[in-house]
Design a protein around this ligand. Structure first.
Ligand code: ATP
Length: 277
């Protein structure tokens, strides 16, 4: 229990919908199938009953975990995040017990969002010896999933979110239980533009003297050049660009913060050579 509370449980997340660039369709769907039922459980019964589990699938680094955190923050729920490959590798032989305990801890701290990354690896084991233990973990997981209540239920409210980059590898039994599936794509132009605008806004707000100096034309240019970049790639790209003004300073230890120049489009262009999608 302690291990779970310390390692995989997070309270008081402050991720808002605004922190997530693009993904309007996913946000709207989540609003309807998760947030509304929680606010009005009386309306969301029968045909409108919310799903117990949701699957987010799509390329890496596109904001699946971030969406899980935003759901958790929006619903004031505890967030538990674990990767399925950790379950099958880190706690060899203990995975089954971990799953059971995790759901028990989730019930104590309900409402709880359980986010399971790489859910495809619940059944794929690397070697034959792991096969049996993986199977037991999966069976336990399915049992717990079937027993869990939805966010609109009367008892312990638990929402399971599975995430995967390889939906085709997902076991049928798991897939059947995560009936609501949402594709989380790479950001399109509008999404990338939103990401860059938020970044500029954020850096300016955070009392950061070395803010970002990009004109509208620069932003348009950057949006074009970052086709195929995920949110995570855009973040790495920006972090790389942010290093460039520093590399031009001779004595970093004594430089006054006011003498560090703002980031400009040339910095991003240089960074684009190093950080690829
Ligand atoms: P993986 O499939 O590799 O687990 P993921 O889809 O869960 O990735 P996240 O972990 O949510 O991706 O994203 C990684 C980081 O990239 C986030 O912390 C965030 O900074 C940034 N990011 C990704 N997508 C977005 C987005 N749509 N808006 C804002 N930031 C994003």
């Amino acid at each position: 229990v302690e291990l779970i509370e310390n390692e995989i449980m997070e309270r008081q997340l402050n991720v808002t919908w605004d922190d997530i660039a693009g993904l309007d369709f996913a946000k709207k769907t989540i609003q309807e199938i998760i947030i509304w039922p929680m606010l009005r459980p009386d309306i969301f019964t029968g045909l409108r009953a919310p799903p117990r589990g949701v699957l987010f699938f799509g390329p890496p680094g596109t904001g699946k975990t971030l969406l899980g955190k935003a759901i958790s923050a929006q619903t004031n729920s505890t967030f538990m995040s674990i990767s399925a490959s950790t379950l099958t590798s880190k706690w060899v032989g203990e995975g089954e017990k971990m799953v059971r305990t995790m759901f028990a801890v989730a019930a104590i701290h309900q409402p709880t969002v359980i986010f399971i990354d790489e859910i495809d690896s619940l059944l794929c084991s690397r070697n034959e010896n792991d096969m049996e233990s993986s199977r037991r973990i999966k069976t336990e997981f399915l049992v717990q999933l079937d027993g869990a209540n939805t966010f609109a239920g009367e008892n312990a409210k638990i929402l399971i979110i599975g995430a995967t980059n390889r939906p085709d590898d997902l076991d049928e039994a798991v897939k059947r239980r995560l009936i609501k599936r949402l594709y989380i794509p790479l950001p399109n132009k509008a999404g990338r533009r939103q990401f860059i605008h938020r970044l500029i806004e954020h850096e300016t707000q955070s009392n950061n003297p070395h803010h970002i100096d990009l004109s509208d034309k620069d932003v348009d240019f950057l949006v074009e050049l970052t086709k195929g970049y995920s949110g995570a790639d855009l973040k790495s790209l920006s972090a790389e660009a942010a290093m460039i003004p520093l590399r031009q300073i001779d004595d970093i230890q004594n430089v006054s913060i006011d003498n560090i120049r703002p980031l400009n489009i040339e910095d991003f262009q240089i960074a684009l050579n190093n950080v690829k999608a």
